[in-house]
Design a protein around this ligand. Sequence first.
Ligand code: SAM
Length: 244
Amino acid sequence: MVQVYTLPRDPAESARLDEQHQVWKATLDYPELLHPRISLHNYIGLDISAAQYPLVYPSNTSFDVLNILEPVPAKYEGYFDVIHVRLLVLGLVGEQWHTTARILLAMLKPGGFLQWEEADFAHPIYHSGSDDDTTCSALETLTNHALAVSQPTGWLLDESTLLPGFLGLAGFVEVEERVVGSDAVPEWRERFMRIGIKAFEGILRISKFDEGARVRLVKEAEKAVDEGAWGETKFHVVIGRKKA
Ligand SMILES: C[S@@+](CC[C@H](N)C(=O)[O-])C[C@H]1O[C@@H](n2cnc3c(N)ncnc32)[C@H](O)[C@@H]1O
């Protein structure tokens, strides 16, 4: 079983994730993060690693370590009213998407909701923001290199488009999907681009891509954003329920 995660685990990456959270929240515009059909009062944060858990958090929140690809620990079988999952795209390959959907179903109470959010990083649509198309091409080149190192090893980065099918096959009911462009809120466009560049840089760094070439690609992509270029990445939000 592949258990490699394709982004770094350092303070810079934690800061990038925090910022990405703000963009994601503003873009989906769900005040409580969850779909308006779902409400919740106590939270358990789960991840395969505790390395990036916050040091300070609200009193109705706790954290635990869990590998979503392992059998469900007895304490979490049928335990949750709601499970919110976001951006496992760089942690799962192939059949693991189906395994994860089945495990999430097993962790829910009957009638419980899953809200799973992923982005289609493989098909961004770039806009130059000027008459000069070379700005766009710097972003496309960085993206293509990140895809070229990821896809042959199984990280296709567009599995978000298959999420409703993963939920349906696992046995979820009342499956609904919403797709929102990352550029939906204009004032977040530039920040999302810079977050995305850092993510692609992280993918190239972890894959041992030539350092000089990586630095050059990132510099050119950042210059493109300085010059007004931006991209649209589709955020897919899928909710589903466990049969009551
Ligand atoms: C891009 S981060 C997203 C973090 C957070 N959900 C968010 O949206 O800000 C992906 C997270 O998935 C976690 N992850 C990867 N593989 C996992 C697995 N098999 N089980 C649980 N968590 C996993 C990584 O450790 C990482 O923290």
